[in-house]
Write a protein that binds this ligand. Structure first.
Ligand code: NAP
Length: 281
């Protein structure tokens, strides 16, 4: 039985946070590992972010996740960043250290890579060119994690080219930028296609992308998870491409956070995946 004397909290700081599935995921693991604690939603406005983070040690928090729109600001507030968070310029995981100081990490890229391996266990970053659509926070974590895994050619394409140019300039010569109008032609010879825009999300238009030039062996990933199977993946699957949805990224990014707070690396079981899917389907 969980030891109530060791009861601690973790949570999610964001604005808004009400729609988050993270409590469901973390509470599942807390129960599974018989840990006395809870995971709560913390709706915090930008002007109170620093106060909220600095209050974590006094409130008995082991740490927290950070989500939109606070990931970049949190990176400036915490006392230290690991190398990945530095490269991402964004923090989604804060750990309260024994002395009350705050360490920042970023596990989005880990989640993304693990989700690719779930979909295709023999996936390799150096298998061929990757095409990444988008240049927001999610695209940055995708590109940084692909580079960390050894990708040698990433074609980055965003509707607003200047954002992609800025990202590529920070990340080195393996990342080249193409115009949005060249997105269909850019798929020629690709081994991986990732949609990291918000197109295809419930409430948004379908991603406007002709797949004809994409090799059918290419892995296609859409990090959108609502719907579970966006139109891009329906189309890719119909022509024989292996596909990976965005839910795996959401589930796997939570694992190193749980491990950092509670000392146990949890697994994404079929049961957990099914219960989270049921909240979306
Ligand atoms: P963001 O910073 O707001 O970026 C949005 C991206 O979508 C930008 O690249 C933007 O291009 C592009 N976009 C918006 N409207 C467009 C349109 N009409 N046509 C083409 N491109 C358009 O958002 P984000 O945080 O990077 O998130 C992007 C997506 O990733 C969201 O759907 C989010 O749900 C998903 N996501 C999933 C996970 C997961 O765990 N699976 C994690 C994080 C995010 P411009 O620069 O031209 O505006």
């Amino acid at each position: 039985m969980a030891d109530p004397r060791k009861y601690r909290l973790a949570g999610l700081i964001g604005d808004p946070v009400f729609q988050s599935r993270s409590p469901m995921i973390h509470r599942h693991w807390l129960r599974e590992h018989d840990i006395a604690g809870d995971y709560v939603l913390l709706h915090v406005s930008a002007d109170r972010l620093e106060q909220a983070l600095r209050g974590l040690p006094a409130l008995g928090f082991a740490g927290c996740n950070v989500t939109i729109p606070h990931k970049e600001a949190a990176a400036r507030i915490v006392d230290r960043l690991d190398a990945t968070a530095q490269r991402m310029g964004a923090v989604n995981l804060v750990v309260v250290e024994a002395d009350g100081s705050l360490s920042g990490s970023n596990t989005d890229g880990f989640g993304f890579i693990e989700s690719l391996r779930d979909g295709k266990p023999d996936w390799r970053a150096d298998a061929g060119p990757a095409v990444v659509l988008g240049a927001g926070g999610a695209a940055r974590s995708v590109v940084v994690s692909l580079l960390e895994q050894g990708a040698t050619e990433i074609r980055l394409i965003n509707r607003t080219r200047a954002r992609a140019d800025q990202l590529a300039a920070e990340l080195g010569k393996a990342v080249s930028v193409l115009d949005w109008s060249a997105r269909a032609a850019a798929l020629a010879g690709a081994a991986l296609l990732v949609n990291a825009t918000n197109q295809g999300m419930t409430g948004q238009a379908t991603l406007d992308l002709a797949l004809d030039a994409l090799p059918t062996a290419a892995l296609v990933c859409d990090i959108v998870y609502n719907p579970l199977l966006p139109d891009l993946l329906v189309a890719a699957s119909a022509r024989g491409n292996p596909v990976v949805g965005g839910l795996g990224m959401l589930l796997h990014q939570a694992r190193p956070a749980f491990a950092a707070w509670w000392g146990v690396m949890p697994e994404v079981s079929p049961d957990l995946r099914a219960s989270v899917e049921a909240t979306i389907a």
